[in-house]
Write a protein that binds this ligand. Structure first.
Ligand code: GLN
Length: 200
């Protein structure tokens, strides 16, 4: 199955460089997206980790918020990691009141869900649709999904401090989100999962 021709990586703030490197490893043309013109040229978009409040502010001041919402409404495939997952959600809890979200996947996401004491940690996850060894996941001030709509597939979960399993990888149509940073480990399998569906 062919991958999308041109995959954008939102590059307003946060970790766009490692995503671009992973896309290049997969033989895909990855381009940084900072303007509506650049957004207009992509067939799919990665929304990276970073700080969702900062990315939200830069989306609105740079004039990308409206065009991005419109592309997502039309079915633009999108892959949000960490802050990107927060931005793509239907609802954010523990966000800033003025923080925008893109309503591209029917999940309610809690920011910084693992608490201040646990700033970052790593875990091996079984992810539905990803064959082979478990995915080694790096969580950095990570969000979790508090609730997912009926149309959302939960592909991986992790137990929080309270012992309750919550989703950390979800998919709805062409939109994939992950709480962690798959671009940091050099493992391309989450990106492949995204690109296969984005092409179909
Ligand atoms: N906690 C950050 C936020 O709210 C996300 C952290 C990350 O992307 N690593 O945006």
């Amino acid at each position: 199955m062919a991958y999308p021709k041109t995959v954008g990586v939102l590059a307003l703030q946060g970790d766009s460089r490692n995503h671009l490197a992973l896309l290049a490893d997969l033989g895909v043309t990855g381009v940084p997206v900072r303007t509506p013109e650049e957004l207009g040229k992509v067939d799919a978009l990665v929304v990276p980790g970073g700080e969702s409040t900062a990315i939200s502010l830069l989306l609105s001041t740079g004039g990308l918020l409206g065009p991005l919402r419109a592309r997502l409404d039309e079915g633009l495939p999108a892959f949000g990691t960490c802050a990107g997952m927060i931005l793509l959600a239907r609802e954010i809890t523990d966000g800033r009141p003025d923080q925008h979200h893109l309503d591209a996947i029917d999940v309610v996401v809690r920011r910084n869900a693992f608490g201040r004491q646990v700033d970052s940690f790593e875990a091996d996850l079984e992810v539905t649709g990803v064959g082979g060894d478990p995915v080694h996941a790096v969580f950095i001030r990570a969000p979790v999904v508090e609730s997912a709509g009926a149309g959302v597939d939960v592909l991986a979960t992790i137990a929080g401090a309270d012992g309750v399993d919550r989703p950390v990888v979800c998919r709805q149509g062409p939109v994939l989100v992950a709480s962690f940073h798959p671009e940091l480990t050099g493992d391309p399998r989450l990106h492949q999962l995204f690109l296969e569906r984005a092409a179909g």
